[in-house]
Write a protein that binds this ligand. Structure first.
Ligand code: F1P
Length: 292
């Protein structure tokens, strides 16, 4: 079994642990009413996007998400939250150095033996969810499990869905599909973006990702026989019929989007292995992007 597959299978326990540390780390996370920017790169940026939607829709304060390289310096925030498994990603460290002393900062990290710990005011360490894999799975989802709990959500149902997502068989139509369009509304759009990235990183698959209601505005023209439209969370009315008319296959489990992401992670590993690729050594990727 690949290391990636082993790490994927540990997610329910990691989410429970992440959720359980809230009493210890709550003071390091955004307070109600704070205007917050959440930043990261790659997978961490997509988790930032999901969190931003969840926090703002929970009425806890304006929350924006940015790729670290695209941060709009000059805007006023009460706090910047950086998500980074490695703690070494250049764009994230550059941002934190630039804003040091001007705004309160929090880093949510996997590895505390990294330079980021000296660059932030507050730290949340999820070392139990850190990974050996290059592609991120359990760190990212554990961050979101932690943040969802901090927003007041009981993640017990999501953990139950996660256990089912790990145990269930992957259908042959998914394993043999030629293309995947991942869709989501609200916070599930960040999950759709991450699903697309995971399949590209681990399996070199052709994937796209859109807000679910944008799918009809062009992207639907890609769907057809042996191609998948995969909806995370709520299925917009009529979309099932629209996908059926293309001849493509709709995948919409209706389960918790974070748990449904686990099925995509597993699919990415399975497709990689079926093609003779090693999901532990994805093409052209490193665990962290450190620019010289
Ligand atoms: C961010 C990241 C990963 C990506 C790749 C390079 O890492 O972009 O999401 O899969 O391995 O690094 P981090 O800042 O969360 O450590």
């Amino acid at each position: 079994m690949s290391i990636t597959a082993e790490e994927i299978a540990t997610q329910p326990e990691c989410w429970e642990r992440a959720s359980g540390i809230i009493p210890e780390v709550a003071s390091a996370l955004p307070a109600t009413g704070e205007k917050v920017a959440v930043v990261g790169c790659g997978t961490s940026w997509f988790m930032a996007q999901s969190y931003a939607v969840l926090r703002e829709r929970a009425g806890l304060g304006v929350t924006d998400a940015f790729a670290a390289s695209e941060f709009p310096y000059g805007r006023d925030y009460d706090r910047i939250v950086a998500i980074t498994r490695s703690g070494t990603t250049t764009e994230v460290l550059d941002l934190l150095r630039t804003v040091r002393g001007t705004v309160r900062t929090t880093a949510v990290i996997g590895d505390p033996a990294t330079p980021i710990v000296d660059l932030v005011d507050d730290l949340v360490v999820l070392d139990f969810a850190d990974e050996k894999s290059v592609v991120q799975t359990r760190f990212a989802t554990s961050v979101l499990a932690l943040l969802r709990t901090h927003l007041g959500e009981d993640i017990t149902p999501a953990v139950a869905d996660a256990r089912r997502a790990i145990a269930e068989e992957l259908s042959p139509s998914l394993l043999g599909a030629e293309q995947f369009s991942f869709l989501g509304t609200g916070w599930a759009y960040g999950i759709a973006l991450e699903a697309g990235l995971k399949m590209r990183e681990a399996a070199g698959a052709w994937t796209e990702a859109y807000p679910a209601m944008e799918y009809r505005h062009g992207p639907i023209s890609i769907t057809g026989p042996n191609r998948i439209a995969w909806v995370f969370g709520d299925l917009p009315e009529g979309l099932d019929g629209d996908v059926a008319r293309t001849g493509g296959t709709l995948e919409a489990s209706g389960t918790d989007p974070l748990a449904d992401l686990i099925r995509v992670q597993r699919l990415a590993v399975a497709i990689a292995e079926a093609q003779g690729l090693n999901p532990d050594t994805p093409r052209n990727l490193t665990r962290s992007v450190v620019l010289s």
